[in-house]
Design a protein around this ligand. Structure first.
Ligand code: GRG
Length: 292
């Protein structure tokens, strides 16, 4: 197997080139709007969703070119959600990806507009894909559902509503985990399946869901144990703000055991796929350890 880091860098580089080409063509006025749209996208980030999409595409034999615009749209949606999440009225975070949050640079009003602009642009990219055929329409629709009112927005809404609840229950926690975090990861791994006639559709959906739960639980653990240097954002905020987290429900030690179980489940699902799943298996263990 090619070294994990090398493969991750290759997928990421392919995506960065595509994103840069897209951004070079993205022009709008006023200049401040264009700058605020591009600022957060160009701060970096792991590009986990595009990397996952490309890696699953390779496993299923889907050409990269077919996935590129879906990966760009998904990263635009992810970035919009981070901009809005950082706003004082939401998670109120002054830092993102190690740099000042969008609203700290451009002001709250423009951060709202930058998020709106990225979301609208993502939908425009997805609509362009729809002219290519039915499977493209289905893939675009899947991303919309994952990002929308039965997906990420529902998860964020529940997260806000249940902030400061005295008790945490598992059903609500699962709703938040599944919608706020897992849905965009599910979109990343299911789109390649849809584009090749639904191969491993159910299994990939399950894989994306488990990976999303693992991702969010390790995020909750890192909010207790991580550092600003490693994460590029403030830590210790969940407890300060009475957030609904896995650590609050299960406790820190049990959360770590649960995270191991979720990683095992992800790996178990990957074992059922034909082809070389070594990269995806290594990615699961990196998400568990939160490296890269
Ligand atoms: C505002 C509609 C709306 C939704 C916000 C993204 C989100 C939903 C909330 C962010 C809170 C949070 C910590 C979620 C955990 C999962 C997550 C999306 C983390 C950040 O994603 P990474 O680590 O970020 O992939 P990078 O910067 O690497 O792209």
């Amino acid at each position: 197997m090619t070294d994990y880091n090398e493969s991750y860098s290759q997928y990421k580089e392919y995506f960065e080139n595509a994103l840069n080409a897209f951004l070079n063509k993205l022009k709008c006025r006023p200049e401040k709007l264009e700058e605020s749209l591009k600022y957060s996208l160009q701060l970096g980030g792991k590009r986990l969703r595009p990397v996952l999409m490309l890696a699953v595409g390779e496993l299923l034999g889907v050409e990269r070119e077919k996935l590129t615009n879906f990966a760009v749209a998904l990263e635009l949606i992810h970035t919009y959600s981070l901009i809005h999440d950082d706003l004082p009225e939401m998670d109120n975070d002054d830092f993102r990806r190690g740099k000042p949050s969008n609203h700290k640079v451009f002001g709250t009003g423009h951060a709202v507009l930058a998020g709106d602009g990225l979301l609208n642009t993502a939908y425009s990219v997805l609509l362009d894909e729809c002219f290519k055929g039915n499977e493209y329409i289905s893939a675009a629709k899947y991303i919309c559902e994952c990002a929308g009112i039965k997906g990420m927005i529902a998860g964020q809404s529940a997260d806000l509503i249940h902030e400061n609840d005295e008790k945490v229950n598992e059903e609500t926690l699962n709703f938040i985990y599944e919608n706020k975090t897992a849905k965009l990861l599910m979109a990343a791994v299911v789109v390649p399946s849809i584009l090749c006639g639904g191969k491993y559709y159910t299994e990939l959906k399950a894989f994306g869901r488990e990976l999303g739960f693992l991702f969010q639980l390790t995020d909750d653990i890192l909010d207790v144990e991580g550092s600003f240097e490693n994460l590029g954002k403030s830590v210790g905020k969940d407890a300060d703000e009475g957030k609904y987290t896995g650590v609050r429900l299960y406790g820190l030690d049990a959360s770590k055991i649960r995270a191991d179980l979720l990683a095992d489940r992800c790996e178990g699902l990957l074992e059922g796929f034909d082809g070389d799943t070594a990269f995806l298996t290594a990615l699961v263990s990196r998400v568990r350890q939160r490296i890269q």
